[in-house]
Design a protein around this ligand. Structure first.
Ligand code: BGC
Length: 768
């Protein structure tokens, strides 16, 4: 620590204590008050330039443990860092590396303010859990929270104190590659997952060395990128914004998330980064969010490209006035903001507010107590890839698997005396199962399905690739190169299938085919995998298809012909063990789809909580020629697999839905009970789901809305009575003014094991 920063600490501490003595004893000061005081006193010491510096974030741009860069843009950024003009860095990682940059900030700048170090810890740091969409399929909030805790503990041991996660964008469009990063299509499930992830990353105490600040992103609307095309414009109505897009962000804010990230899209013609309505009116206004807002990568500068800001100066002005506090890689604040304030175009109080928010989080993280608290190489070694972390991600991986189909109980596989043909290049992949967004992880470190299956020694396992799926393997190249021609290995795979009792075929997307900038219009099985599947099925009908994918895929043929289909996403480090344990019945799957699987691309967007419309079904069903109803003439309205769908090796029976009465006062809670029985031959877990429909309202409401879910574990033959309670929170909705209201009227309530529910009741809300 330099002399100046020591002096600063003494000065600021004495200011705090003299102040506290005047008012009350220091002991009675809450942590929050004390941080506020420290931030205020620090702000008073800062020049305008230093304040602007806190609002500037740079990507790691040189080998931080070597000498600093000596020319070009890198040198400029390096000089900025040394001169206190950088408040945060991203993508620098490793205890040693972060210590090196932190040392510059703390020891070489006038005030010695530590950096906040951001990183995309999306589904793990080194030990990878399943991609977030897969985790969402578990509907297991405790497990999801635990997974974020594991990720935080590894990242925090490696110098990082802030993650750019969770992504809480709701999306109804599987063409959009980033659906793999989110919680799926539903705002209720998405909100619950947002809260679980935020509390998992941040814990109860942000200053603990194993927790990190979270960042809900991308605020807002990004999941509705038109036609699923990345970085596209967004055109959604007010009601969709309030009722579908914003709730998970609100849940994250209510859970105390320390930051939010702008979205790349525009909303009503205003880029989200410069969108005052989103940032000032809603986020920092109505919701009283007191964390800070970081731009997305260069999204301030990109307002020029959008044709919204004339130049970088305008872009900086629009962004800061709108409420974007930290500039990620636009260099717009650091070059323009001081002048904007000096010219009177931006009020300094706006800058103060932004800096206050950023400094507050730095204090909360404990960075002022010890700027190197996240840079402990011994802890880094002990925590990363620990057995406990691998056990946790294996547990999460098993919980994320969804059994889509299991005709004639083909699964689980018998453990002895069988010949199993394992087919598909993805089965031996150790890289692809790690999924996208895993910048810190080591390549080729996943347990492959082949390795997982090899642990079961009672059967004869014959592995044949059949066909390579892909060739390119880095996240930064344009697109994974897909094999569309080379069928030279088909023959040996078909021969193996012929001789086998059962075939397990692993097909789907390479891990880098989804994620940022990975929008696709054809979301069937890539390349020649469909042909391989059909060729294998032609010689052996006992086929188990294991899917690897970062988005819902269109798999009509497989769904019709293949008897067993296991949705195994990209499950992270422990992929192969999780898949094998499920295939062999050592783990009974209980996952449920967090996103609808369409029948074809033309149905997109397709989602379970659609509106009834004025012409919902063919009411003239006795007249097959009647066409004037809401439908397609070439495909049915239903999806291939609905939201909430997922089977188990056992079966469950739902009955006896019961409401204590049928008419309720609008302020009353509504208790609903039902009975569930395990009617099959395995112990099993079921995600029981509750949906409602508000039959008549001042704005049209969906035909079904998820409003509750519970995981229930049942022994063979066991029954349980399950209760749900609906409160105002579940019964209301946002009107077009953004007010949350509950209206009297009739409701339907549905219970079941998917959005295609089995039980139904009615009740009425009255206001006296
Ligand atoms: C992504 C963000 C990410 C950022 C930093 C951007 O391209 O949209 O989600 O956090 O890069 O890596």
């Amino acid at each position: 620590m330099n002399i100046k920063s020591v002096l600063f600490y003494l000065v600021s501490l004495s200011m705090i204590f003299s102040c506290s003595e005047q008012k009350q004893s220091s002991a009675s000061y809450s942590k929050k008050d004390s941080i506020n005081k420290k931030v205020d006193s620090l702000l008073e010491l800062m020049t305008l330039e230093e304040k602007v510096g806190q609002m500037n974030q740079y990507n790691g741009f040189w080998d931080v443990t070597g000498p600093g860069p000596t020319d070009g843009n890198a040198k400029l950024k390096y000089d900025h860092l040394k001169n206190g003009l950088v408040g945060s860095m991203l993508s620098v990682r490793g205890a040693k590396e972060v210590r090196a940059v932190q040392k510059i900030a703390v020891e070489e700048t006038r005030l010695g303010i530590p950096l906040i170090i951001g990183f995309d810890v999306i589904h793990g740091y080194k030990t990878l859990s399943p991609i977030p969409l897969a985790e969402a399929a578990s509907w297991d909030l405790e497990a999801i929270k635990k997974s974020a805790e594991v990720a935080a503990s590894e990242a925090a041991a490696s110098g990082i104190n802030w993650t750019f996660g969770p992504m809480v964008d709701i999306s109804r469009d599987p063409r959009w590659g980033r659906v793999m990063e989110g919680g799926g299509e539903d705002p209720y499930l998405g909100s619950a997952i947002a809260k679980a992830r935020v509390t998992g990353f941040q814990g109860d105490d942000l200053s603990s060395p194993s927790t990190i600040a979270a960042c809900a992103k991308h605020f807002a609307g990004y999941g509705f990128s038109e036609a699923g095309k990345e970085y596209n414009t967004v055109d959604i109505g007010t009601s969709t914004l309030y009722n579908i897009v914003l709730p998970p962000f609100k849940a994250a804010s209510d859970a105390g998330v320390k930051s939010m990230m702008n979205a790349f899209n525009d909303l009503n013609g205003v880029p989200a980064t410069g969108n005052k309505f989103l940032l000032r009116d809603i986020l920092k206004g109505k919701w009283n969010f007191n964390g800070f807002v970081v731009s997305d990568w260069a999204s301030i500068k990109e307002m020029e490209t959008w044709g919204y800001a004339k130049n970088k100066k305008d872009a900086a002005k629009f962004a800061v006035i709108a409420g974007s506090d930290l500039d990620m890689e636009s260099s717009a604040y650091v070059t323009e903001l001081k002048t904007l304030v000096e010219e009177g175009a931006v009020d300094e109080s706006i800058v103060d507010d932004a800096v206050r928010r950023i400094l507050t989080v730095k204090f909360e993280l404990g960075l002022f107590d010890d700027p190197y608290r996240y840079c402990d190489e011994a802890r880094e070694k002990a925590v990363i890839n620990s057995k406990a972390n691998h056990d946790a991600v294996l547990d999460m991986a098993k919980k994320s698997i969804v059994l889509l189909k299991n005709d004639n109980q083909l699964l689980p596989l018998e453990k002895n005396g069988q010949t199993i043909a394992l087919i598909g290049a993805l089965a031996s992949e150790k890289n692809s199962p790690l999924g996208s967004w895993r910048i810190a992880s080591d390549d080729n470190t996943a347990v492959s399905v082949l390795e997982g299956m090899q642990n079961y020694k009672g059967n004869t396992l014959v592995f044949k690739k059949g066909a390579d799926v892909s060739i390119g393997k880095t996240i930064f190249t344009e697109e994974v190169k897909i094999n569309t021609t080379d069928k030279s290995e088909f023959k040996s795979a078909i021969n193996a299938a012929k001789k086998a009792d059962k075939v397990v075929i692993v097909l789907g997307e390479h891990g880098f085919q989804s994620g940022e900038a990975r929008s696709r219009t054809d979301i069937g099985l890539p390349g020649i995998q469909q042909e391989l599947l059909e060729a294998v099925y032609a010689v052996n009908k006992n086929v188990v298809l294991v899917l690897n994918n970062g988005r819902p895929l269109i798999i009509n043929w497989a769904s019709k012909h293949i008897p067993a289909i296991v949705e195994a996403w990209q499950l992270g480090s422990q992929t192969g063990n999780a898949v094998a344990q499920v295939l062999y019945g050592d783990y009974n799957p209980s996952g449920k789809l967090p996103m609808t699987f369409p029948r074809n691309v033309g149905q997109i967007p397709i989602y379970y909580n659609y509106k009834n419309t004025g012409r919902p079904v063919n009411e003239q069903a006795d007249n097959p020629d009647f066409v004037f109803w809401s439908h397609y003439s070439d495909v049915e309205n239903t999806p291939l697999y609905p939201f909430g769908h997922g089977l188990s090796y056992t079966s469950f029976e739902y009955k006896n839905i019961n409401l204590s009465k049928t008419v309720y006062d609008i302020n009353e809670n509504i208790n609903i009970s039902f009975k569930i029985t395990n009617t099959g031959d395995f112990i099993g877990k079921e995600v029981t789901q509750l949906y409602i429909r508000d039959l008549h309202a001042s704005i049209t409401r969906p035909v079904k809305e998820l409003k509750g879910f519970k995981l229930v574990e049942l022994n063979i033959g066991e029954s349980k009575s399950i209760n749900f309670t609906l409160t105002k929170k579940e019964l209301g909705f946002y009107n077009n003014q953004g007010e949350f209201i509950v209206e009297p009227g009739e409701f339907e309530v549905f219970i079941g094991g998917s959005s295609i529910t089995s039980l139904k009741e009615k009740f009425e809300l009255v206001s006296k």
